[in-house]
Design a protein around this ligand. Structure first.
Ligand code: NAI
Length: 314
């Protein structure tokens, strides 16, 4: 069990999730938010979520709800929240000016060895760390929503981030049961959104081109490819679907090139294609049913996360 202190800056959806994940592994966590009511609200939400997770058998770690909650504190002072922290996870709004301001504040309050990590989904680390004194200790640890059930974390260094900060972040992420991957350099969209956007582009072309309905195109993932991808990535799928990767490429390179050559340009995401997809999605899940459907999604992701954990223990 860990005794290190973690500072969380920003107590919205992602800040709360990080706090729960760190506490589940025994870290002491202090949450700061610019809006004091957000901190007290976050503590209330965390308490009720931990209780619900325990009731449904989904609580992470070996500590009781009370022990985990006791590890999480709130503070209305960034200085107090970050004092003595070895790792700080920033979870504020996804706006460049806010990240720049918060990082320049955070670096004033941490010790020499502390890592300053951002949850940023899209803004590259070099955009908000370049002019900092401690820029060699800054990086992004980008989670996937909902982080409590989807353990992937993309670690994205800026060009000036120390290798030791990257290595320590990987170790910390592994110690809390997340699954880190390290980008060797920053690229727009990091890895998750680059791959996600490639899928979105082709899904869009298939619907817009009159090949599949919006509902059916989603089933291609949820009843097909997605089942495999919950356990193995596309490269391992290829390796297993022939006598290894070399044999797969000998067999299928021509057809891959043929199909890729037929893809067409990036969709514009406007006009009649957009209207059609909005109409079909709104009919499938009306806007007043989104929250219900999110809960449906989270229940299933929780069950899948449990299944994966149980299988790994076997
Ligand atoms: P949110 O809007 O739920 O919470 C942001 C919190 O930051 C608010 O409580 C706000 O009061 C606080 N805040 C704003 N300015 C601040 C400041 N100067 N100092 C301290 N606190 C401040 O946002 P959410 O969804 O939790 O996102 C946080 C970060 O995580 C963003 O960078 C986002 O891109 C990233 N992220 C979000 C995901 C999602 O699905 N929501 C998934 C992965 C990453």
């Amino acid at each position: 069990m860990e005794s290190q202190k973690i500072g969380i800056v920003g107590s919205g959806l992602i800040g709360r999730s990080w706090a729960m994940i760190f506490a589940s592994a025994g870290y002491s966590v202090t949450i700061f938010d610019i809006e004091p009511s957000q901190v007290s609200n976050a503590l209330k939400l965390i308490k009720s979520q931990l209780e619900e997770l325990s009731e449904s058998g989904m609580l992470r770690g070996t500590l009781s709800v009370e022990a985990q909650f006791a590890l999480i504190k709130g503070s209305n002072s960034m200085e107090e929240a970050l004092a003595g922290a070895s790792f700080v996870q920033e979870c504020v709004f996804e706006k460049l000016e806010v990240k720049q301001k918060v990082f320049s504040e955070m670096e004033q309050y941490v010790g020499d060895d502390a890592i300053l990590s951002s949850s940023s989904s899209c803004i590259m680390p070099s955009q908000f760390t370049e002019n900092l004194k401690r820029r060699n200790q800054c990086l992004i640890s980008h989670p996937i929503n909902p982080p409590y059930y989807a353990p992937l974390v993309e670690i994205i260094p800026a060009p000036w981030t120390d290798q030791s900060a990257i290595d320590r972040t990987r170790t910390i992420m592994e110690s809390i049961g997340q699954v880190p991957v390290t980008l060797k350099k920053e690229v727009p969209g990091f890895a998750v959104n680059r791959i996600q956007y490639a899928i979105i582009a082709e899904v869009w072309r298939l619907v817009e081109g009159g090949v599949l309905s919006a509902d059916d195109v989603d089933k291609v993932m949820s009843a097909g490819l997605g089942l495999r991808y919950a356990f193995l990535g596309p490269l391992e799928v290829m390796h297993l679907n022939a006598e290894g990767m070399q044999s797969y490429m000998e067999r299928y390179t021509q057809s891959i090139e043929h199909v890729l050559g037929n893809f067409g340009p990036t969709p514009t995401f406007t006009g009649s294609g957009l209207e059609q997809i909005i109409k079909e999605m709104d009919a499938k899940i009306p806007l007043d049913k989104l929250e219900e459907r999110r809960q449906w999604r989270d229940t299933r992701l929780a069950a899948l996360a449990k299944l994966k954990r149980d299988l790994e223990r076997e």
